[in-house]
Design a protein around this ligand. Structure first.
Ligand SMILES: Nc1ncnc2c1ncn2[C@@H]1O[C@H](COP(=O)(O)OP(=O)(O)OP(=O)(O)O)[C@@H](O)[C@H]1O
Length: 258
């Protein structure tokens, strides 16, 4: 049995609302305002690339969406559920791959996944764990200790962890970081597969403009905590026909040279 599209948990509510919606989102660390009123709407089925230089505020926005931190002002919602007041509804619907994925090195990949699946309250945690591995084409890693894994292998298990409970929305923080070209290509294929076959909406923080043009359907550019650009890849290419690459567009709309 393979992974099936996300089951209909409060389906009506989910489908009537955007996958992600930020309204006037602000975040302050002490006196430092790092998100300055971000408005953003991402529809179901999009693969969204969130671009921005170091310190632009991308991880802060993602930490708000994963409910790890509370915004200073404004709102953030996933499938219509507020990240502050409806936290458990949000966490059921999101999968998260952090930049520094944590797992128990002395345990096998399957044990790591099963542990997380149990924490998520899945009725048959082992089957869910195995299905996630099979879906990602890494069932061969199931019995191996993750402490022995390469960066690419760890990352694939990290994605399996993120999707084991079949979330609607997958949040990836700098997923290409540390990967070799083969790993980057594999990741791209995985994102496309999760989006096309399981219908997952993907929100990805990245520095890699080349990856954005290959895998994303929409992009946003964050500059010093302000969303300075947001459009589909298709419109972006039409809007800037003279630009030879997304990198030129990024510079043109105000982002600093990466
Ligand atoms: N816990 C924290 N306490 C204080 N300041 C923080 C904290 N986390 C982040 N910052 C600051 O907030 C700003 C935004 O950081 P954030 O990590 O959200 O940006 P980013 O776009 O994800 O950058 P990067 O690409 O380098 O990860 C930076 O100036 C950073 O130094």
């Amino acid at each position: 049995m393979g992974l099936v599209p996300t089951p209909s948990i409060a389906r009506t509510h989910v489908m009537n609302e955007p996958a992600i919606e930020l309204r006037g989102l602000q975040h302050r660390y002490d006196t430092d305002l790092v998100l300055r009123g971000v408005d953003l709407r991402i529809e179901h089925g999009e693969v969204f690339g969130f671009l921005g230089h170091n310190g632009a505020g991308k991880t802060t926005a993602m930490n708000i969406l994963t409910t790890l931190i509370t915004p200073t002002a404004g709102t953030a919602a996933v499938c219509g559920y507020d990240v502050v007041t409806e936290r458990s509804e949000v966490t059921r619907r999101i999968g998260y791959l952090p930049a520094d994925v944590r797992m128990y090195g002395h345990m096998s990949a399957l044990e790591n996944l099963e542990f997380l699946a149990k924490l998520s309250g899945l009725p048959d945690a082992r089957a869910a764990a195995m299905e996630a591995l099979e879906f990602l084409g890494c069932a061969d890693l199931a019995k191996r200790r993750v402490g022995t894994f390469s960066t690419g292998m760890r990352q694939r298990i990290g994605i399996a962890q993120a999707i084991v409970h079949r979330p609607h929305v997958l949040l990836l923080d700098e997923p290409t970081s540390g990967l070799d070209p083969m790993g980057v290509r594999q990741l791209r294929n995985t994102i496309t597969q999760l989006n096309a076959e399981l219908g997952m909406t993907v929100f990805m923080n990245t520095h890699l403009l080349s990856e954005v043009s290959k895998v994303c359907t929409t992009i946003g550019v964050l500059n010093h905590g302000e969303l300075i650009y947001n459009d589909s890849i298709e419109n972006t290419t039409l809007r800037f026909p003279d630009e030879s690459s997304l990198e030129d567009i990024y510079v043109r709309v105000g982002g600093p040279t990466p």
